[in-house]
Design a protein around this ligand. Structure first.
Ligand code: SF4
Length: 381
């Protein structure tokens, strides 16, 4: 498990080495709807930017009043952490990342970049046609950048590789659907994040070996089971706090977490339409869910499937997409009698304050969890 933490810590070196090894281009993105298959089929390495908190000496000069993940990403780019990036792609989502896109394309005029529109109402009747056309424009762009045609065979290979990756991740993720689970929430989060900064061909081999090892692992003891919902979580700090307080995180509904790999791409003759449909049908980001509120049903199904005892909603400060949907999530959880705790954070998680709040939440829900208190065990006289 330590290897996944190292992959995250060494992600910049990995990308630089990948470029030297393959001669390919690195494409960096940060929003949830990036159709990686097209970039991969064009011989590029798609990497997700992580809003890691570092001493911030730059972003305040350029951005005011935006969320901390975006501040951190600006700081990293302008500090040179992503100097190996050949291409930046912004797939339209929240307004702060639009500012990020504007800023770095302005300050780094030589950087190849692309803006992809993404429909605000993914299930609207015309969205599939709009997005198919956006996929075509993006494919043309990749061909222009690399000077190579993207063939159907290359697209099929990329689709197969990414679908395999999603299936392997789901297989590991589902190990937490049972009480005697063999993987911790913090471990799963490290795997999910590392997966987004690695070449999937390499990652799939690592995940296959991991599954074999997990099958031999002794289960962890049953504890209170929590689910995470909210804005970006790009590390496992929150899961580690929960685990240090004697509970488990068994599921999440976050863009960097399960929403990244939840649904497969169903192959069809029109590859670009198939890719468009996969991204339209993925679990919604908060930004793309303001009309029909599909996320509520998805969150509820996850609480049932993973036998969740309570939900933690962690919202980034000044995150408007997640701020504006909270009323609906709170209503859903209240109506279904699912206990929850809401808190706001920036990218630095105050350990003491967060621990006190989560501990109080666990103390509130513990009396009702008869399973953990042993009331369901046969009486031994
Ligand atoms: S979704 Fe929220 S936290 Fe994420 S970049 Fe947008 S405003 Fe910031």
């Amino acid at each position: 498990m330590e290897n996944f933490k190292e992959m995250i810590a060494n992600r910049h070196k990995y990308a630089e080495d990948w470029k030297k090894r393959t001669g390919g281009m690195v494409l960096v993105y940060n929003q949830p709807y990036m159709p990686e298959e097209i970039a991969y089929a064009g011989g590029m390495l798609p990497l997700r930017m992580l809003p890691e908190q570092k001493p911030d000496v730059i972003s305040a000069k350029w951005l005011y009043g935006c969320c901390y993940p975006v501040k951190n990403m600006i700081n990293q780019v302008l500090s040179g952490d992503y100097d190996y990036m050949d291409v930046y792609v912004y797939v339209e989502d929240c307004q702060w990342v639009w500012n990020f896109h504007e800023l770095i394309t302005d300050l780094k005029p030589g950087l190849l970049n692309h803006f992809m529109f993404f429909c605000d109402h993914p299930t609207a009747p015309t969205s599939k046609y709009v997005m198919r056309s956006e996929m075509q424009v993006f494919k043309n762009k990749v061909e222009e950048w690399t000077g190579k045609e993207i063939t159907n065979e290359a697209l099929d290979h990329a689709i197969e590789l990414y679908n395999t990756n999603r299936r392997l991740l789901r297989r590991i993720y589902e190990l937490r659907k049972v009480y005697d689970m063999v993987i911790l929430g913090s471990e799963m989060m490290h795997i999910m994040i590392a997966n987004q900064v690695m070449d999937k061909a390499e990652m799939n081999g690592i995940l296959e070996k991991l599954i074999a090892e997990l099958e031999e692992r002794e289960p962890f003891e049953d504890r209170i089971r929590l689910m995470l919902v909210g804005s970006e979580l790009f590390n496992a700090e929150l899961e580690e706090i929960v685990e240090s307080l004697g509970a488990h995180v068994v599921a999440d509904e976050t863009d960097y977490g399960s929403s990244y790999f939840w649904n497969d791409l169903v192959p069809q003759k029109d590859r670009l339409l198939a890719i468009a449909l996969r991204y339209l049908e993925k679990p919604r980001s908060a930004m793309k869910d303001s009309n029909w509120r599909h996320r509520l049903q998805h969150i509820f199904e996850m609480t049932e499937d993973f036998m969740v005892d309570g939900v933690l909603i962690g919202k980034q400060l000044v995150c408007q997409p997640h701020g504006s949907d909270n009323y609906a999530i709170w209503k859903l959880l209240r109506e279904r009698a699912i206990p929850f705790h809401f808190f706001e954070r920036d990218t630095t998680l105050p350990i003491d304050e967060t621990s006190v709040r989560i501990e109080a939440f666990l103390d509130m829900i513990r009396p009702g969890i008869t399973r953990v208190r042993g009331w369901n065990q046969p009486l031994v006289i």
